[in-house]
Design a protein. Structure first.
Length: 117
């Protein structure tokens, strides 16, 4: 049998406690309009360049919080990104490491990363 699984990732799901608040926070952070539809009352798709992110309040449980970044947001300017995140009042959990990346948390405690390309 030929392998029917594509070698690509379709989307990344992030568990959030309140999809409306999460939508507003992520859209503000990423400079996206927060005017998309919340689907089925618990899903919001962040349309990005490349792989999209789905904020999902139905899968939210404290034990589902992402405790290690599963992906990173790209930047060409890591120091500017670090200052930007700090300026937004976001909880930063590491300094800039090896001149390339740092971690931070969303309001639900999901660990995220920004990495220099």
């Amino acid at each position: 049998m030929v392998n029917p699984i594509s070698k690509e990732i379709g989307t990344i799901f992030i568990p959030v406690s309140n999809v409306e608040k999460a939508r507003d926070w992520y859209c503000e952070l990423l400079g996206l309009p927060a005017d998309g539809e919340i689907k089925l009352g618990h899903l919001y798709v962040l349309s990005l360049d490349g792989i999209n992110i789905v904020l999902d309040s139905k899968i939210y449980q404290p034990e589902n919080i992402i405790s290690t970044p599963l992906f990173h947001f790209n930047t060409n300017h890591i120091k500017d990104a670090y200052q930007y995140i700090h300026g937004k009042g976001v909880e930063v959990t590491t300094e800039i490491e090896h001149g390339h990346w740092f971690n931070f948390k969303d309001p639900d405690g999901n660990h995220l990363m920004i990495c220099r390309c």
